[in-house]
Design a protein around this ligand. Structure first.
Ligand code: FES
Length: 161
């Protein structure tokens, strides 16, 4: 089925709500901690390591600062998936922020399942500043997984970052 997607700043408009699986391109919110996940994305950019442009990356100081509301709001706005990318366990710059985020993510996954959104739409990954190739791999894998899951049931005609 024909699809026309316009891109303007942070606004995405899907003119055809019935996207065929072959045409579906997930819109992903990436929340990356300043010290590891975001630094890895930066390194990937500098090293010209390619990864899907489906991800809209937002920097947070630590994954421990990510409020569950932010995650739910992303789904509410039509994102197909959310990935949290932070320091390895034991290396959080705020001691236990990533451990707390892991526990929040596990609870959020259960809630997503109860809501019929599928837990696979939320992912949390440990990526250090020096692991740019891993950052790219995580994004590629997640986008592929979301293509299999299909569009979020909450996807609307537009999704804003
Ligand atoms: Fe990176 Fe806490 S500073 S997860």
């Amino acid at each position: 089925m024909a699809r026309n997607r316009h891109r303007s700043h942070n606004l995405y408009i899907m003119e055809d709500a019935n996207i065929s699986p072959a045409e579906f391109e997930p819109i992903v919110l990436g929340l990356a901690c300043n010290w590891c996940g975001y630094a890895a994305a930066d390194q990937a950019g500098m090293a010209k390591i390619q990864y899907p442009t489906n991800i809209k990356l937002a920097r947070v100081m630590c994954l421990g600062t990510v409020d569950p509301y932010l995650i739910m709001n992303a789904f509410h706005k039509g994102f197909d998936g959310v990935v949290l990318i932070g320091c390895h366990i034991g290396e959080c710059h705020y001691v236990s922020g990533n451990k707390n985020a892991l526990s929040v993510a596990e609870r959020m996954k259960k809630i997503l399942d109860i809501l019929g959104l599928q837990e696979g739409r939320l992912r949390i990954e440990e990526v250090s500043a020096g692991e740019a190739p891993k950052f790219a791999k995580v994004v590629k894998e997640f986008v592929e997984e979301l293509k299999v899951l299909g569009p979020s049931p909450l996807r609307r005609t537009e999704a804003k970052v």
